[in-house]
Write a protein that binds this ligand. Sequence first.
Ligand code: GLV
Ligand code: GLV
Length: 322
Amino acid sequence: MNVLVTRRLLPGVLDPLRRWAVDVWEGEGPMPRSELTKRVADVDGLLCMLTDRIDAELLAAAPRLRVVSQMAVGVDNVDLGACTARGIPVGHTPGVLTETTADTAWALLAAATRRIPEGHDHVRGGHWGPWDPGLLLGGDLWDTTLGIVGLGRIGSAVARRARGFSMRVLYTGPRRKPHLEARLRVTYRELDDLLAESDHVVLTAPLTPETRHLIGRDALRRMRPDATLVNVARGGLVDHEALYEALIEGWIGRAALDVTEPEPIPGDHPLVGLPNCLIIPHLGSASERTRRAMAELAVANLERGLRGEPLVHCANPEVEHP
Ligand code: GLV
Ligand code: GLV
């Protein structure tokens, strides 16, 4: 059987696939669309990244394809309906990246709220003068209210960490999760109320038609003028034009983004130049240990799919249990 891997991965992780013919894209960036379309023609298994668009057109170019295995938890780049229609299971990598991504959310929240990048620039720029009681005053983390949009695995891990900072934690999502409320000490709010009551808002919801631009002008206007907005989910959750306006006009205090729309965000995008907007290049799960675990899980999903077995984590389980 033939396997295509759309990006070079950490050494050794593809070893379990040795018995099959494995084609790995060795190019610098993501696989160009034309190359991907060409190379899937005789492929049985595809190990892909969130930068690859897996849609009906691509599936049509891959008549032998029997499993798609994505090395990410989010699968908004994959047309699940089209895969399901073809009977193709789609693997993804939840669980293994939860804690690392929650750490990233906290790193962004702390850095932005306490203005760490501005302090770093201040020193690098040679501006550090005598101690100044008014220099770079930011917000607090301790004894504040954290609002989590999307209390899934990552949102729950973010909530757990909030206890160490003596925070009140609110959450919102498509439904209440009473079983988590006592365990995590979190309280449900409708989105509008959560936005109005939270000092910090962290987005951990998947990107779907329902969540696209969930944080637009109306939402940002409901937030507190000193609030921090953190996005470790997908850039598409936030209307970036509205966010720019919000940061310039002071509707919110600051934003910290691991993900943007588009991605990569151009260096001359107005958000990039704002001192109250911290942006990092989609590093949520980027620890060595976690990226290895994600690759290993993606390989395990692929192997199982090729053997016709249920995947470890399947994003369209209706394929496996029709
Ligand atoms: C990363 O963004 C992922 O979805 O795993
Ligand atoms: C600051 O360093 C302080 O001692 O208050």
